[in-house]
Ligand binder design. Structure first.
Ligand SMILES: *Cc1c(COP(=O)(O)O)cnc(C)c1O
Length: 352
């Protein structure tokens, strides 16, 4: 606290990111990073930018990257917005599109950055409870609101909504923006991007951090019809014209050029997810059906907090959330086969 602070700062409740330990030999399954590295083409493209070119500002319009994304997703460049990680894209979205008279709706169990952005930008919100199976029910969103945001697959549950349900939700709210945060969509859910052509109120946000192994580069993007993207550009150009540096722009384009690398790693992770889920079921865990690169699990005989602490003491980091409905659970990112074997080995000793 300081008397020098702007008043709003006193009431901010900052997001708390998962721990990034300095120690080398931990099994790090707490922030849903990809256990496999990015395409070697990414490092080559970044190296090519890392010389004299750094003297110059990057392209403020990020045209090469937006063109590559437009081509991959079958839209026009003008329908693509890029930012410094999807967290920045989300922040601009909250400010540009989600602050209205009526409250923003999002699930009670969801990405914990959403309430933080609401605090930062003064967005009134209401949390809509997931059902008893921890699923989003779109019927529960039939209520007066200013806008809607939800992750698909949801985080931290990992449960995906079929595209037809996303479509129904967007169609039921023609006067509100509906934002679908698809940070994990590549691991097994259906993207809403094909719906963008039909719905002027739909914005889809994705990231290079998870499925493209580039959490350290900070690249995210949004796809929507032109007026929504223009709102984001207005905020961005009132904030920072160059959110992506030359290395990030070049690296992201290179990542998109290596689909085979991306698909191979994604398939490995999906196969490991299935094996890890089966092993945990065998140990008596309840495992929510995940379409993401993590599992949300609980054990009838052991508290989530206790298991997380015991794992931590054995150099395995997983994520534990303290919310009323989530405190029993652990969120375990899918690691390499060796990482997953280690978690299973330790959990076998901890649960009885
Ligand atoms: C990881 C994550 C993001 C943010 O990703 P960036 O690294 O900022 O691109 C956004 N939404 C959800 C639900 C996430 O889990």
């Amino acid at each position: 606290m300081s008397r020098y602070w702007s008043p709003v700062v006193h009431s901010l409740r900052p997001y708390v990111p998962g721990e990034q330990p300095a120690m080398g030999s931990v099994v790090k399954l707490n922030t849903n990073e990809n256990p496999y590295g990015p395409s070697p083409r990414v490092a080559a493209a970044i190296a090519a930018e890392a010389g004299d070119a750094l003297r110059l500002y990057p392209d403020p319009g990020a045209v090469r990257l937006r063109d590559a994304l437009a081509k991959r997703h079958g839209v026009d460049r003008e329908q693509v917005f890029v930012g410094n990680g999807s967290d920045e894209v989300l922040a601009h979205t909250f400010q540009a599109l989600l602050r209205h008279e009526a409250p923003l709706l999002f699930p009670d169990i969801s990405y914990s950055f959403y309430p933080t952005y609401c605090g930062l930008y003064g967005v009134d919100y209401r949390q809509v409870p997931l059902d008893s199976a921890m699923r989003i029910r779109i019927a529960d969103y039939r209520q007066p609101c200013g806008a809607i945001i939800l992750p698909n697959p949801n985080a931290p549950t990992g449960i995906a909504l079929p595209r037809a349900e996303v479509e129904a939700l967007v169609a039921e709210h023609p006067d509100q923006v509906v934002v679908v945060d698809e940070a994990y969509v590549d691991f097994g859910a259906e993207s809403a991007i094909p719906l963008v052509r039909s719905f002027p109120n739909l914005l889809v946000i994705q990231t290079f951090s998870k499925s493209r192994s580039l959490a350290g580069l900070r690249v995210g993007f949004a796809i929507g019809q032109r007026p929504l993207v223009e709102a984001l550009e207005r905020v961005k150009d009132s904030f920072n014209s160059y959110p992506l540096g030359r290395p990030a722009l070049a690296g992201a384009v290179a990542a998109l050029e290596d689909e085979a690398w991306f698909e191979h790693n994604r398939d490995l992770i999906v196969a490991s997810r299935r094996r890890l889920a089966e092993a945990l079921l065998g140990l008596g865990f309840e495992v929510l059906p995940s379409a993401a690169n993590f599992l949300f699990v609980r054990h009838p005989g052991s508290s989530g907090a206790k298991l997380a602490a015991e794992l931590r003491s054995r150099a395995i980091l997983v994520r534990h959330f303290t919310g009323e409905r989530t405190a029993d659970f652990l969120r375990i990112s899918i690691g390499t086969e060796a990482d997953n074997d280690r978690v299973i080995e330790v959990l076998r000793l901890l649960v009885r």
